[in-house]
Design a protein around this ligand. Sequence first.
Ligand SMILES: O=C(O)C(=O)C[C@]1(C(=O)O)C=C[C@@H](O)C=C1
Length: 366
Amino acid sequence: MADHAHDQDGLDRVRGRIDAIDQELLDLISERARCAQRVAQIKTETDGRAVQFYRPEREVAILRRVKGANPGPLDGEEVARLFREIMSACLALERPLQAAFLGPEGTFTQAAAIKHFGHSVVTRAMATIDEIFREVEAGSCDFGVVPVENSTEGVVSHTLDLFMASPLAITGEVSLRIHHHLMSAETELGAIRTVYSHQQSLAQCREWLDRYLPHAERVAVGSNADAARTAAKESGAAAVAGYQAAEIYGLELLAERIEDEPGNTTRFLVIGKQDAPPSGQDKTSLLLSCRNEAGGLHALLMPLAAHGISMTRIESRPSRRGIWDYVFFVDIMGHRDDLPVAAALEHLERQALLFKVLGSYPVAVL
Ligand SMILES: O=C(O)C(=O)C[C@]1(C(=O)O)C=C[C@@H](O)C=C1
């Protein structure tokens, strides 16, 4: 009894300390928010109508600094996530950002948008990737988020094709760990007769489905969120989708993390009217094409090697325009304004049949 009272004393003291710290945090966060309001005022006075409230290079600088200065015990990623949300709220006070994503509500693309901009961003669901491009081009949304690699929702190649014709630039990248869950309005695995999901997600969970639901029919639909929406209305149905979809459509998680490969990641790009200023740690995406002859690609990429630029990705797409046989979607390290990159790009431009800089943007912090 005496021991218990002693513990209670200790607990009350620590909780008292936590309350005092929370008050200090609240005061500091409020002061920070007032600073953001002053920043907005200064920007409006100096830039007038061309004012850019969102500054990606500044945001990554802040996130990199707090991660570097983090004394622990919280993990660097956790600390960066907290600051991501504080900045998101501060920016919304200057002006709320609107980001178009591949809908419906609850897709991984929406989760990517929120991971990149924080929860204060206003996300707007679009039915197709084309619509995302159009909405941003028209200025109805500030940014768009589109899947590009190992996608579970969008057709990656379609995103690349749209870049060929679009004046939009890449202003950021987002990597998202993809976890698939089995969700349903049913409460028992035994009641499941149909499993809906995007075809890629079904493929990514094949071993699990073979083992635990060998007799359920698998039906491929347009997106994982569509699958969840359908499963919510149909008895005996389940969906394979992300956590957000279960929340939005009010489904029960019957099994979590059912993907065969743990560590499954999808990469998304943020598109806008202009790319980002240098942040010190950037990537640049290019569209290139060369003559379809022996050694053509080797010659095309020579300028990168010659200027010591490292390439992080190359993807080839058959050109549908008939002018080029193949186009290459290439990512390199560095910003187009960095001297060695600028020199390599000048060289590349002379060499390539098609040469388009899709944008330079900060390497993702989160
Ligand atoms: O520094 C700025 O330009 C701000 O607007 C402030 C702030 C922040 O909260 O730190 C908010 C939004 C910008 O995207 C970058 C940073």
